[in-house]
Write a protein that binds this ligand. Structure first.
Ligand SMILES: [Fe+2]
Length: 187
């Protein structure tokens, strides 16, 4: 299903990536997994979504929020991978947080649900079964976009981007999404 939200049915304007980024819930939780990773994955998701005919609005939003459920597994100042692997449920937490945040921002409820599901299923590392072949196209796009930015030992979570750079990049991405829906996007 492709959603077109350049004009919502209820006449409300589209909730932008910048709106999402600036909200205090995002600000509180996005820093844990890194702004750089979130914004980079949103960019990858936009391109993949356009290529695969999935809504770039939903894909970029889900990608931006996909890791907002991370808990900080620090022990003596170091990330404890064993604890993380054993107890991590960041996709579940993230899905709930993303949904709450989008609803608070006045997001369309269908968008909020689809984005939340894409966050929930962007990884199957916490599940007792594999999700391969079972994801929707949107969920596949978010999973693939995340993998594109992955670096060994979780180093992608440590790349740095200032909040003002993030806003600039997300602004450009918002413009591309608008252009896409208004048939002005040229790749
Ligand atoms: Fe990620």
């Amino acid at each position: 299903m492709v959603y077109f939200f350049e004009k919502r049915g209820d006449g409300m304007p589209r909730v932008t990536l910048v709106d999402v980024f600036k909200h205090r819930i995002t600000q509180k939780y996005l820093r844990r997994s890194g702004i750089h990773h979130a914004v980079t994955v949103a960019g990858h998701a936009f391109k993949l979504a356009v290529k695969k005919g999935v809504s770039p609005d939903l894909a970029a939003k889900a990608a931006l929020l996909h890791d907002m459920g991370h808990y900080e597994w620090y022990k003596d100042g170091k990330w404890d991978y064993e604890e993380y692997r054993k107890h991590d449920i960041h996709a579940i937490k993230g899905a709930e947080r993303a949904h709450k945040l989008l609803i608070r921002l006045g997001e369309d409820r269908l968008v909020a649900k689809e984005v939340s599901l894409a966050v929930l299923l962007h990884t199957d590392s916490y599940l007792p079964f594999s999700l391969s072949e079972q994801r929707t196209l949107l969920q596949e796009v978010v999973e693939e976009a995340d993998r594109m930015d992955e670096q060994p030992h979780g180093l992608h979570h440590y790349n740095v981007m200032t909040p003002s750079d993030a806003v600039k990049r997300l602004n450009r991405l918002d413009q591309k999404i608008t252009d896409y829906y208004e048939n002005r996007f040229e790749g």
